[in-house]
Structure formats: C-alpha cells, structure tokens
Ligand binder design. Structure first.
Ligand code: C2E
Ligand code: CA
Ligand code: CA
Ligand code: CA
Length: 275
C-alpha cells in the first residue's frame, strides 16, 4: 500500500510543482504587464433603450500574453487578486480609460469594474480621486461597478467607501444583480444609483416565463427606489424591444456591439443612428 501511495505522491508532485511555477510565472508576467500598461481596456457600449442613444461604455480589461495568447479576464483578475495586484490593475485600467474617454464627447461616461476585495481598502477613494485628478477627468463621468459579494463581509467599510464615492459625484452600479443572495437588503443599505440585471436572466428570458417575471419584479423594485436599471447580455433586437417596453432604462450586449478597442469607439459613435 505504501508503495502505491508513494507512487501516487511522486506522480503528482512534479505536476503540482509545474502548476505552482506556472502560476508564479503568470503572476510575474501579469505584474510586468500591469506596470507597462499592457493590460488594456476594451469598451462595450451602454445604450439608452428608449431612443438607442449610446450614453457610455463599460471598461473591460484585456490581456494578450506574449506566449499564451489572450487570457480570459476571469482568469487574470483572479490571479491579480491572489497576487495583491488588483489595486494596480484597476489604477492602470482607469488611467488608460480616462486618456481614451477624454477624446470622446463629454456626455459619454465610462463604467469601471472594481473587485470585491477592493471594497475593504479605505484608501481606495483617494487612489481613484488621485488618478482622476492627474488625468483631469471629471468624477461625474465615472461609474463604478461592484458585485454584491463585495458587500456581504465587511459592510460597514464597504458602505463608508461607497458613500465617499457618491460624495465625489461618482455613480455606483450593482453588477450581476440577482445572482447574490442578499440583493434586496443591499439595495436598501448601500448608496447604489444603478443596478445591472445579470445576463443569465436576459439570456433565459425567451425560454423561461419566470425570468421574465423576475426582471419585471426587479424593474418595479428599482423604480420604487429611484434607481436606474441596465440589462446586460442582450443579444437579440427582440430582447431589447421587450426590455424597453417593460421600462428597463439601459441595455448592453452583443446586439449593439462586442467590447471594442479604444480606436474603434469614435467611428462606432458616428455610425450609431438613434432609433
Ligand atoms: P462583467 O462585469 O459581468 O462584464 C460583462 C461580461 O459579459 C463581459 O465579459 C462581456 O464581454 C460579456 N458580454 C457582454 N455582452 C454580452 C452578450 O451579449 N452575451 C454574452 N454571453 N456575454 C456578453 P468579459 O469581458 O469576458 O469579462 C468577464 C468578467 O471579468 C467581467 O464580468 C468582470 O467581472 C471581470 N472584469 C473584466 N474587466 C475587469 C476589470 O477591469 N476589473 C475587474 N475587477 N474585473 C473585470
Ligand atoms: Ca461589470
Ligand atoms: Ca455583469
Ligand atoms: Ca460577471
């Protein structure tokens, strides 16, 4: 038995070692990429449903690794969180997005994602403010997207941080709404100005009557709280039309555009014809 166990152990050891080394290698590569602003923002339009006007863009990070090619943000964001690099990554993405968006019309907003662990860091508002100042970018043009998981653990700290953002004129969107477990409580307790209905509800809307009811319920709720609603993951024009007809304010999804490079935004804005 022992021989077998040892064999198994020996078999796994080099594999674990390789994985560990690869992850250290990836951490180092990611660290260098962030420092060089080589993790870059792409932009996906946020569209006002009632008239089809583009009101802003969500900023989505992209990393093209020199050897491994394009790595999914879900993967490198979690590496950045584990390696203590998420603060630097956010600042780099925000800085680049401010430079890009400064070339676009003033009314176009940018929505930047925050990682849940960043809402434990009370220096975050000052860091963001600093980056906005050196970029000469008005806080009123920035929206921050947070997920509900950020709010469950240390809700006093999170609340204090969000209140400071609100005082600076920055909007707060609650992302992936409906996938967390304490959604209603969060809307009441935190200074949220917008909620984003998770794409899983929109994707299942045409197949499943319950998803439709749920979306209607979320819309009624946000109306009663005076906050606006964005539906994400809209892929079909019929979905956009239905969501508009039930009073959803904004939409986002492949139906309008996939996330695009900064260079493609000005042309997208000129060809965009209001409905
Ligand atoms: P998210 O914040 O929920 O972003 C929306 C995701 O849905 C994006 O995936 C976007 O490309 C995708 N999407 C947009 N429209 C459609 C559609 O019509 N259909 C479908 N099926 N998907 C659609 P992406 O870019 O792969 O990003 C994945 C996640 O990675 C994001 O989810 C966000 O949680 C995280 N992420 C991306 N960039 C950043 C960042 O700069 N900072 C942080 N902290 N997280 C980021
Ligand atoms: Ca988001
Ligand atoms: Ca989302
Ligand atoms: Ca998500």
């Amino acid at each position: 038995y022992r021989a077998k166990g040892t064999g198994t152990y020996r078999f796994f050891e080099p594999a674990m070692d390789r994985e560990l080394k690869q992850s250290q290698r990836l951490q180092r590569d990611l660290h260098n990429a962030i420092a060089a602003d080589a993790v870059i923002p792409h932009y996906q339009p946020l569209v006002r449903l009632k008239d089809g006007v583009v009101v802003g863009f969500e900023v989505l990070a992209r990393w093209n690794h020199p050897m491994l090619g394009s790595i999914s943000p879900e993967v490198f964001i979690s590496i950045a969180e584990d390696a203590g690099l998420i603060g630097q990554l956010t600042q780099s993405i925000l800085k680049q997005a401010c430079v890009d968006a400064s070339k676009w019309p003033d009314q176009i907003k940018i929505a930047v994602n925050l990682s849940p662990i960043q809402l434990k860091d009370t220096t975050l508002p000052d860091q963001i403010l600093h980056t906005l100042k050196i970029s000469r970018f008005p806080p009123q043009r920035l929206e921050l997207e947070i997920t509900e998981t950020a709010l469950v653990n240390d809700n006093r700290t999170a609340n204090a941080i969000l209140s400071r953002f609100r005082a600076m004129g920055i909007d707060i969107a609650l992302d992936d709404f409906g996938t967390g477990y304490s959604s209603l409580q969060n809307l009441r307790m935190f200074p949220v100005t917008k909620l984003k209905i998770d794409k899983s509800f929109v994707r299942s809307m045409s197949l499943d009557a319950n998803s439709k009811k749920l979306i209607s319920g979320i819309l009624a709720l946000s109306r009663s709280l005076g906050i606006t609603t964005t539906a994400e993951g809209i892929e079909e024009a019929a979905e956009a039309e239905y969501l508009r007809s039930i009073g959803c304010d904004f939409g986002q999804g492949y139906c309008y555009a996939k996330p695009m490079k900064a260079d493609d935004v000005p042309r997208f804005l000129t060809v965009q014809v209001p409905a």
